[in-house]
Design a protein around this ligand. Structure first.
Ligand SMILES: [Zn+2]
Length: 256
């Protein structure tokens, strides 16, 4: 597959009893990046890619693009980084804004990863022993092989970035977690296809997205919905877990 495509590995919110937490495998040829990384990521990756073709081996994943530190987006980093460390013998590249990276180790991962029992005894480990940090910028695209990643801050409880990922003529957008934000939607809609969250509370309500002008609304695909809302006719398509979608650079809507 030569174009830009993606598989929603999970489409659920943090409370979902039906779906894995929202995350994606973004693919261009042999380049594959996870976008967010909930637990149990190795099972999620295997099941959700097997359902639309061949199961993707974790050893072929280039790294993780991380939007923020809520557990339903980042709780798989420990197990994936340990897998890279022990099974693959290399570090896990992780691309995120510095405001996200800043608390990742001390406030999230260190308690479970900063010591390893070896034949020599207890060994102290650091973030750099497991991860290769790639800071994303709000000003300039970050090149990850054939992908160029842009980010913008969203309105969320903790520092969170939306993403625009360009590859060739195709651009994929992802809101990550955010309150309704017309300026962010305008930024995202420079993409050909925009995956947008939708939920209750401080998240983006469905009626606000339904009321957008058709030029923006037609680009949207929904994730992160409450379980009970998925069966409704939302007027905007919801993405299906474990299906591969292609990003088209022309404005023609994809076939259902
Ligand atoms: Zn969140």
């Amino acid at each position: 597959m030569s174009g830009l495509s993606f598989v929603p590995l999970g489409v659920g919110d943090a409370f979902s009893a039906r779906w894995y937490s929202t995350c994606f495998l973004l693919e261009r040829g042999e380049t594959r990046w996870l976008v967010d990384c909930p637990h149990p990521i190795l099972k999620i990756l295997r099941e959700s890619t097997a359902s639309c073709g061949e199961p993707v081996e974790p050893s072929t994943v280039s790294g993780v693009i991380l939007t923020h530190l809520h557990a339903d987006h980042c709780s798989g980093l420990e197990s994936l980084a340990f897998y890279f460390h022990f099974a693959l013998g290399r570090r896990l590249p992780i691309a995120a804004h510095p405001a996200v990276l800043r608390r990742l180790w001390d406030n999230h991962l260190a308690a479970g990863m900063d010591a390893l029992l070896t034949a020599e005894g207890l060994t102290r480990k650091t973030f750099e022993d497991y991860f290769e940090a790639i800071p994303l910028s709000l000003d300039t695209p970050t090149v990850l092989g054939p992908l160029a990643v842009e980010c913008a801050m969203t309105r969320h409880h903790v520092p969170t970035t939306a993403l625009r990922v360009t590859s060739g003529a195709e651009v994929w957008g992802y809101s990550a977690d955010t309150s309704f934000d017309p300026r962010l939607i305008q930024w995202l809609c420079a993409a050909d296809l925009v995956v947008h969250e939708c939920n209750l509370g401080q998240h983006t309500p469905i009626d606000k997205l339904q009321a957008l002008p058709a030029t923006q609304r037609d680009k949207l695909r929904l994730v992160h919905l409450p379980d009970w809302l998925v069966e409704e006719d939302l007027f905007i398509p919801a993405l299906v877990q474990g299906r591969r979608y292609t990003v088209h650079s022309d404005p023609t809507p994809e076939a259902p």
